[in-house]
Write a protein of this length. Structure first.
Length: 309
């Protein structure tokens, strides 16, 4: 059989405290648990970690192991129990059997006997009861759902297969926000609670609206006479159409605000309306005459000042 350096297996020094050994074991057990680990040798590593912790967590076992280790044994070295240990060494099954552990462990600790060590112990079950690993994923929702809230159905794939979830989306959720689903992550260890699922929200592009934080931006086409003379127009918002005044003399690019018409929240966002003047085509002689008359009537030069650049 081969000698096993249990301290090296757990990645701790030989003078590590019991708490340090426990922390190291928990960290490695989570990393190599066969149900969650993607490492090729996860199952074997998990067993080795469990065996090492079983040897070092109990003061009596650890003291016996330390006494042996002081003889200069090294990891993987061919090992035979030293004669001076005499009856203190028992072959596997002589008194207390630790099924699932290595021959080295059995030969070292199999003869400790007594009812304090349960034969039902297995690698990895040495008192560990830990929460499962949290999972991160993303969910894409439409802007109307972000505004009003609702239920979004999504498929989640992981090491335990695929599953469908109905995710409740809170009203007013913004791009990049995380939604936490308690207990929807990876299963726990040793009967511990499952981890959580964290969903990062992404908003699907909208045909008309652009989102900036909690604010909504909308480009509104208007006719030249509406921009020149002013008008009251019905403007679409996420909550339905609202009437808005276009001041006389409004130019393309002017930004008007509809307060509180953005995404809801403790402080609701606003909707900003960007004006875009659309020039109708000249499709009749009468239209051409009107444009010519306007040209003569208005002393207007949209490029005034450019000559000084």
């Amino acid at each position: 059989m081969q000698f096993k350096d249990y301290y090296k297996t757990l990645g701790v020094e030989s003078d590590a405290s019991a708490d340090a050994i426990k922390r190291a074991y928990r960290k490695l057990a989570r990393k190599y648990h066969p149900d969650v680990s993607k490492e090729a040798d996860a199952e074997n590593r998990f067993k080795e970690i469990g065996e090492a912790y079983e040897a070092l967590k109990d003061p009596e076992k650890r003291a016996q192991y330390d006494q042996l280790r002081q003889g200069g044994w090294h990891q993987g070295q061919e090992f035979r129990p030293p004669p001076e240990w005499g009856a203190g060494w028992q072959s596997a099954g002589d008194s207390q059997s630790y099924s699932g552990f290595s021959d080295f462990f059995e030969s070292l600790f199999g003869g400790l006997g007594g009812s304090r060590f349960s034969s039902a112990r297995r690698p990895g079950s040495a008192g560990l009861k830990a929460k499962g690993r949290d999972v991160n994923a993303s969910v894409s929702i439409d802007l109307q759902t972000a505004y009003a809230g609702g239920v979004q159905r999504m498929n989640l794939s992981g090491s335990h297969g695929s599953r469908a979830l109905n995710v409740r989306i809170p009203a007013g959720v913004t791009e990049g926000r995380q939604i936490r689903l308690t207990g929807q992550g990876e299963p726990g260890l040793g009967g511990g609670p499952a981890g959580d699922l964290y969903l990062e929200v992404h908003l699907k592009p909208h045909r008309w609206f652009e989102v900036q934080g909690q604010d909504i931006h909308l480009t509104l086409p208007v006719a030249p006479w509406e921009a020149a003379l002013g008008a009251r127009l019905n403007v679409p918002t996420l909550g339905g159409k609202v009437e808005m005044s276009i001041p006389p003399g409004t130019s393309s690019g002017r930004r008007l605000r509809l307060k509180g018409r953005g995404l809801p929240g403790k402080t609701p966002g606003d909707q900003f309306v960007i004006i875009r003047v659309e020039v109708p085509p000249v499709e009749s002689e009468r239209a051409r005459e009107l444009y010519e008359a306007l040209k003569k009537e208005q002393a207007f030069d949209p490029r005034a000042g450019l000559e000084n650049l």
